[in-house]
Each structure stands twice: as C-alpha cells, then as structure tokens.
Design a protein around this ligand. Structure first.
Ligand code: MG
Length: 158
C-alpha cells in the first residue's frame, strides 16, 4: 500500500552562514540559520518520508541540542530516513518538493539539487521533483527573512 507524507520547514536567512539547499552551496550574501547545515529543502523532504512512515519528525530524530548534528550535512538525515524505510521493508515511490525563496534565483541549481537528493535517498533522479517559487514579495519570505520548503513523499509499504 502506498503511504503519503508531508513535510514543511523554514529557516531564517542570516549573514555569516552558507546557503545550502538540496545539498548545493548557492552563492548568496546570506545563508540559513540552524544547528545543522540548515538545508530546509532536505529537511522538508526528510519529514515527508518520516510522515509516510508514521514516524516522529526530524527534530525528534536529530535534536538540535545534540552536538553530533552541529553543522551536519542534511543528507545524513535523508540517509537515516531511507534506513527507516528499509527497516519497514518499504520503498520510496517518489518525493516532490517546492522551495519558496524570494532570492536568489534557484533554477540554475535545481538539477544538482535533484541529483543530490536522489543520491541521498537511493532513488533515480526521475523520482525526485524539486521546484522553486518566489513569494511575490509578500510576508516574511517575500522580505527575504527566510526560506521555506514543502514536500510530499510516497512510500510503498507492505
Ligand atoms: Mg530544519
């Protein structure tokens, strides 16, 4: 049976941090604040996979109080989600995500993001959707105070 999960994440944009989305370091004057590398896209996808399993969210599995995850690349979280899927004898069917960023322009990086996410989830690139949109200058995302991502995942479970 195919189970569906949803994920959402947002991180603040601050000076003095690298901007990493989908495992790609993107040139930008600001980066996302967080305990790990703050890759909101990978975090949202991770939560979507965990949600499809009915598991607790990423913050429970990888607490931001744990020094092991300080500065950690978020692909490690996706690796762990894949391990949990395997533990349940499941298979990820696909994931799909949208990043909401007023700036920078993400289109030139989408292909590399997809490749990184596919590699971390042991999927083909065709099983990974990544889109980007602005927030039409509305609200905190539109004012470039942060970047958000939402994702869905479908997981075939016996
Ligand atoms: Mg996060």
């Amino acid at each position: 049976m195919v189970h569906v999960g949803i994920g959402y994440d947002v991180h603040a944009l601050v000076e003095g941090r690298k901007l990493i989305l989908g495992g790609v370091e993107i040139p930008h004057p600001k980066g996302l604040e967080g305990h790990s590398d703050a890759d909101a896209l990978m975090h949202a996808i991770c939560d979507a996979v965990l949600g499809a399993l009915g598991e607790a969210d990423i913050g429970h599995l990888f607490p931001n109080t744990d020094p092991r995850w300080k500065g950690a690349p978020s692909r490690l979280f996706l690796n762990e989600a894949v391990r949990l899927v395997g533990f349940r004898n499941g298979k990820i069917v696909n994931v799909d995500a949208t990043v909401i960023a007023q700036a920078p322009r993400l289109l030139p990086h989408i292909r590399e993001m997809k490749a990184n996410i596919a590699a971390a989830l042991e999927l083909n690139i065709q099983q990974v959707g990544v889109k980007a949109t602005t927030n039409e200058h509305l609200g905190f995302l539109g004012r470039e105070e942060g970047i958000a991502a939402m994702a869905v995942a479908s997981v075939d479970l016996p």
